[in-house]
Design a protein around this ligand. Structure first.
Ligand code: ZN
Ligand code: ZN
Length: 733
């Protein structure tokens, strides 16, 4: 096997100095790959184009450890370089421009005291703060390079790669300044979190280098006792929680397996069990915010799970409490993501975050659940990404031939405090009603909207935490919610979801808060009527307040038939630009357009509101999106807003009278009762919300009720339930 593979590679690599030494592989590696899997991988690289591409890939300068980076090209890049270990790293999040964009990392693996330009606006930043961030990158590149070299040495039997990986490890053992004593003191990396990420790759490299037989006994002792064990013991001594701890414990465990230290392994396994049991939310999501901070700890756990798996311990099927497991961490996000696999960037974290194919590759290989297979297939297909990630290369299995969607439905995540309403045709709205948790933002009652294959109204997450623009992204005006008196919300503890009623055509979520702005009750309902959404806002206080209702969306914004106001006060929100004010109105309409697609909006306010159009930052300040803002001064304010995604056709005509919203789309008309309406009214309902759908404005075809029992249309009873229903809809014929 190895002989024929070497022959093949020598032809393939056109004269590469291949020297195969089967004897050197003895027992083989045992962390992220074992001898049997290595033989399979060698065969796959020979037979399968995608495995070969993942192995050889050219995109070696990618900043991120493995995504899109070929193992061999990455290893080769560093094989040619002189190995010099830089001083202790600085902080990555400092490497950001005031515009929110990242500065440009040098490609030569060196510090550049003359400075680093912003990747978007070109502004140059120089000094130790930025050099330190560059050293952070170089340390990570060295660790990834060592691991890549280890893999190449195993796959091709080329000991020179293992020797170079050993050189990196030995130089680190000589340079290591001593372990972390606090989260930012000690260690080679500024943050203990980054030390954990970096050391997992070094432990992986060590496993390959040692199994290649290129290290002497003294060298293995130096690497184990002067580098890996001190790192592990330092991380073990830090008493933290959350995603930092996930990385700490995983690094401790991976190092423990790499150097055969059962004390480190036992600690890691116990802490893993405790985190899954006590820290993972009952809804299967990581409760620090979501998207980035769900998959970030999961990424750490996967390294530990693989190392454990190869030592006979199965963490993949461990369920320390019912429903709490690695499997749940993979299935829960399938109900959270948008239909294109983008992850709603609610709370802190990068805007451009998608279901991570890398993680799902491993889960598909080890857990093999059909929903996980579907998730992997969606991630690869929708993101049009090649299967070139680290775990795809090492453990990627054939994609499932057929994979049915695991029942896409509306979901409430009660720990995180986010409800997601979904239509059959792929429209989705999120409502964030949760408390301010780790990495939270002042975004209570914020909504996002996905429809027609696009994310229209987004939460843009955050740029790097060191960027001076961060307060915009964490602040209330940066979200699609209501700002009171121009201020940010207070930190809240509550999760007051008062309605969650999932249905086929008609469904709703409702939440309220009195903590966001003390003295103000804020209630927001999100109702889905087919492919349209209705927002119902109620603000109530004993005092008069200025209520600013915000909605931003991708697309070109047009507001209809309102005269521009000369005397309206200017908007004083930082980062909001190009503001135009319009005359006060109790109803207004408009749309955001993207080509032939439109997001129509019409709104009805209980008090006249001054309407503004403006622009505000998207994922960075270098890109802005149009914003609509309605400002009203009142003690109590009610606003009903229809958001209607449309592909061609004409805008639906909306009206709102006596608590009934009418949405007229050609012949078809939907009547939506907001709250109970009087007996004897055309649409009479005793409910939180009721729907009568007609094909011609007169003949009902469908009736729905949410938190109610009765719906009557023009005197005819359409729903008459003996008891109050959370959600009920019936065809009316
Ligand atoms: Zn910039
Ligand atoms: Zn946000």
């Amino acid at each position: 096997m190895i002989t024929s593979f070497c022959l093949f590679l020598m032809i393939l690599l056109a004269g590469g100095a291949g020297s195969c030494n089967a004897a050197s592989q003895e027992a083989g590696p045992s962390l992220f790959l074992d001898a049997k899997e290595l033989a399979r991988l060698q065969s796959e690289i020979r037979r399968l184009d995608w495995k070969r591409a993942a192995y050889e890939g050219e995109d070696a300068d990618s900043d991120h450890a493995f995504a899109g980076t070929g193992v061999r090209s990455g290893a080769d890049l560093w094989m040619k370089r002189k190995i010099e270990i830089p001083a202790r790293s600085g902080h990555y999040h400092h490497f950001f421009c005031e515009c929110g964009s990242r500065l440009t990392f040098p490609t030569d693996g060196r510090e550049h005291p003359e400075g680093y330009p912003c990747s978007a606006c070109g502004k140059v930043y120089a000094g130790e703060k930025y050099d330190g961030a560059v050293r952070w990158q170089i340390h990570n590149q060295l660790a990834v390079a060592a691991l890549n070299m280890g893999i190449v040495s195993a796959v091709e039997g080329k000991r020179e790669y293992a020797r170079k990986a050993g050189e990196i490890l030995l130089k680190y053992a000589a340079a290591y300044p001593g372990p972390h004593t606090t989260q930012t003191q000690g260690g080679m990396m500024y943050q203990s979190l980054c030390e954990a990420v970096w050391s997992i790759e070094l432990a992986g490299a060590y496993d390959f280098a040692r199994s290649a037989g290129v290290l002497s006994k003294r060298e293995t002792e130096l690497i184990e006792n002067r580098l890996l064990r001190p790192i592990g013991e330092g991380l073990m001594s830090l008493n933290v929680r959350g995603n930092w701890h996930s990385w700490h414990l995983s690094a401790v465990g991976v190092i423990g397996y790499a150097i055969g230290d059962s004390r480190l392994v036992d600690y890691a396994l116990a802490e893993f069990r405790r985190q899954i049991s006590e820290e993972l939310g009952d809804d299967g999501l990581w409760p620090e915010s979501v998207h980035t901070y769900h998959f970030y700890p999961l990424g750490a756990f996967l390294y530990l799970a693989e190392a454990a798996y190869h030592h006979g311990v199965d963490l993949y099927h461990l369920e320390p409490k019912p429903g709490k497991s690695l499997k749940a961490m993979f299935t829960a996000p399938l109900g959270y993501m948008y239909p294109d696999t983008r992850l709603p960037a609610i709370n802190d974290g990068w805007y451009n975050s998608f279901l991570p194919a890398n993680h799902y590759e491993l889960a598909w290989a080890r857990i093999g659940d059909p929903a996980i297979g579907w998730g992997l297939k969606e991630a690869c297909g929708r993101q049009k990404t090649a299967r070139n990630s680290f775990w795809a290369l090492l453990q990627g299995r054939p994609l499932p031939r057929t994979a049915a969607a695991p029942g896409v439905k509306s979901v409430n995540f009660p720990v995180l405090g986010i409800a997601a309403l979904r239509s059959r045709d792929g429209a989705m709205m999120t409502l964030d009603y949760g408390p301010f948790m780790g990495h939270g933002q002042f975004d209570k009652m914020g909504v996002t909207l996905f429809a027609l294959g696009k994310l229209w109204s987004a939460d843009y997450g955050t740029p790097g935490y060191g960027s001076p623009i961060m307060p915009w992204y964490t602040g209330t005006p940066g979200h699609n919610t209501v700002v009171v008196d121009g201020k940010n919300q207070a930190r809240t503890q509550e999760r007051r979801l008062t309605i969650f009623a999932a249905g086929e055509t008609f469904e709703a979520a409702q939440a309220e808060t009195e903590e966001a702005y003390p003295g103000v009750l804020q209630r927001r309902s999100v109702i889905r009527v087919g492919e349209r959404f209705v927002l119902v806002d109620h603000l109530q206080s004993a005092e008069e307040h200025t209520y600013d209702w915000f909605l931003r969306s991708e697309g070109a914004l047009t507001l209809e038939k309102l005269p521009e106001a000369e005397d309206a006060p200017a908007l004083e929100y930082a980062h909001v630009t190009d503001a135009k004010a319009y005359g006060a109105a109790s109803s207004w309409a408009g749309q955001w357009r993207q080509g032939r697609l439109a997001l129509d909006v019409c709104a009805f306010s209980s008090a006249p509101a001054t309407l503004y159009s403006a622009r505000c930052p998207a994922e960075t300040a270098n890109r802005t999106v149009p914003l609509a803002m309605a400002r009203a001064r009142a003690k109590t304010l009610d606003i009903v807003t229809v958001l209607a995604p449309r592909s061609g056709g004409a805008q639906a005509a909306c009206s709102f009278e006596n608590g009934v919203l009418t949405i007229r789309d050609g012949e078809a008309v939907d009547y939506v009762a907001i709250g109970s309406t009087k007996a004897g009214a055309e649409l009479a309902a005793d409910a939180a919300f009721a729907l009568v759908r007609t094909s011609d404005g007169k003949t009902p075809t469908l009736a729905g009720v949410i938190e109610g029992a009765k719906v009557t249309w023009k005197g005819r009873s359409l729903i008459a339930s003996g008891s109050r229903q959370t959600a009920l809809e019936v065809e009316a014929r």
